[in-house]
Design a protein around this ligand. Structure first.
Ligand SMILES: Cc1ncc(COP(=O)(O)O)c(C=O)c1O
Length: 441
């Protein structure tokens, strides 16, 4: 009997779900069976407005024909090709196309399969870069409190979300963290907050403590997404860049969420006009259709490796699926779709409408902060006494029942809809959330 994929399976035991309250889910599953443009369809036939672009990745909306067709054609023509000592045209074409939309100065692309791999790749490149230049004492990595850089050991070491770290041993050594940028005086700021640029100066303190000559790289999300949307205060990123430059430390922007139009520019580096040495990306690179990540680097970093005998591998790193042809086909069709629909800058056009809609939630029960930028927004709720996370979790479940998909981190609701969202759909998303918040109050 062929599997009926439209109905809910009756045995949910085997699949150990990631970042999920498994027992709660399995007692009341939220099962998605189809998706088109802005909506998911559930196994019980309901339409759910996607307020999160899946997991911040389906920037062009769902099942876009060009991407679907490109994947179908590629998988039939050449399903797989090794990328070690071999090449195929799409991998080169896609790298060039990424460089075309990346900030000036970015010239090379190293492929991997996810944001976590992109982060670990970038950290390794940073360490190996200094070593290649004879500066091998630079082994320390600096992340930031509340930062999310995926779930590899490198990423959780530089990351600063406590629950993602505390269960997994002692992690990488030689890591330190900047303070996060979330200040109470910035509550309910529309767009970029005024206060907190000076938090970047903490890097000088960390440098004084360890010695600049021991520090390889600083990694931050230009806008911290997964921790609950923490925006960089005005001037903060520029200051980080000045300090890292001054001390010969690489600056890595983790743009796994902000890459590909989320803030109204192709990359956040362009949005904030701050040029890092490396950018990590994934998610929107293929519209979430096929797993793919990448590290984007300057020529200075790449060229430091291009020395020694020509038959010798310059960087001992890579993945079986680096530059997978089907992923590359998805990536190229995704970039075409973004270009055709003007999606890499559309968030800038919608930002004010989105902002005003979101800030209209101020005053609803338990709302203690609202933050926004581009097509990202967060609504922070006061935690229930002795039950952190419970209030937002209940809102998440009720919101799904009411027909919208949102995300939660602790007691923070985060939204990042596909960049194709209409004003009417913004009203539907925020209006439904308002109703749920009112009822939950
Ligand atoms: C900034 C950032 N880095 C890394 C990751 C990890 O990406 P992945 O889940 O594809 O490994 C994420 C995922 O949300 C992210 O937001």
């Amino acid at each position: 009997m062929p599997l009926d994929r439209k109905s809910a399976p009756n045995d949910l035991r085997a699949f150990w779900m990631p970042f999920t309250a498994n027992r709660q889910f399995k007692s009341a599953p939220r099962m998605l069976v189809a998706a088109k443009d802005m909506y998911y369809t559930t196994s019980d036939g309901r339409q759910i407005l996607d307020g999160t672009a899946g997991l911040w990745c389906c920037n062009a909306g769902h099942c876009r024909p060009k991407i679907t067709e490109a994947v179908q054609a590629q998988v039939a023509e050449m399903d797989y090709a090794p990328a070690f000592q071999m090449g195929h045209p799409l991998a080169f074409e896609l790298a060039n196309r990424i460089v075309d939309i990346a900030p000036d100065g970015i010239e090379h692309v190293f492929y991997c399969n996810s944001g976590s791999e992109a982060v670990d790749t970038a950290l390794k490149i940073a360490l190996a870069y200094h070593r290649a230049r004879g500066d091998s004492a630079r082994t320390r990595l600096i992340g930031r409190e509340r930062g999310y850089h995926g779930v590899g050991f490198g990423g959780i070491s530089v990351g600063g979300i406590v629950n993602n770290r505390r269960f997994f041993g002692s992690l990488l050594t030689g890591v330190d963290h900047l303070p996060h940028t979330h200040l109470p005086e910035n509550a309910f700021t529309k767009g970029q907050p005024e206060h907190g640029a000076n938090l970047a100066d903490e890097l000088e303190r960390i440098i004084a403590l360890h010695g600049a000559e021991t520090i390889a790289a600083v990694i931050v999300e230009p806008m911290a997404g997964s921790t609950g949307v923490l925006l960089p205060p005005k001037g903060y990123l520029k200051r980080l860049r000045e300090i890292t430059h001054k001390h010969g430390i690489l600056l890595i922007f983790d743009e796994v969420i902000t890459g590909f139009g989320r803030l109204g520019s192709p990359f956040a580096a362009q949005h904030f006009d701050v040029m890092p040495d490396m950018i990590t990306c994934a998610k929107g690179l293929t519209n979430g259709v096929i797993p793919m990540g990448a590290v984007l680097t300057t020529a200075q970093i790449h060229d430091a490796f291009m020395q020694g005998p020509e038959h010798v591998i310059e960087l001992f790193h890579g993945y079986t699926y680096s530059g997978n042809p089907v992923a590359c086909a998805a990536g190229l069709a995704t970039l075409d779709t973004y270009a055709e629909d003007g999606l890499l800058t559309r968030a800038a056009d919608l930002e004010t409408y989105w902002q005003e809609a979101l800030h209209g939630l101020k005053g609803l029960p338990h709302v203690v902060d609202i933050r926004n930028m581009g097509l990202i927004g967060a609504v922070e709720l006061a935690p229930m006494e002795c039950q952190p996370g419970k209030r937002a979790f209940d809102v998440f479940v009720k919101a799904f029942e009411a027909g919208i998909m949102i995300r939660i981190t602790g007691d923070i609701i985060a939204m990042s809809p596909p960049l194709i969202i209409s004003k009417e759909q913004i009203d539907e998303l925020v209006g439904t959330l308002a109703e749920v918040l009112r009822q939950a109050g």
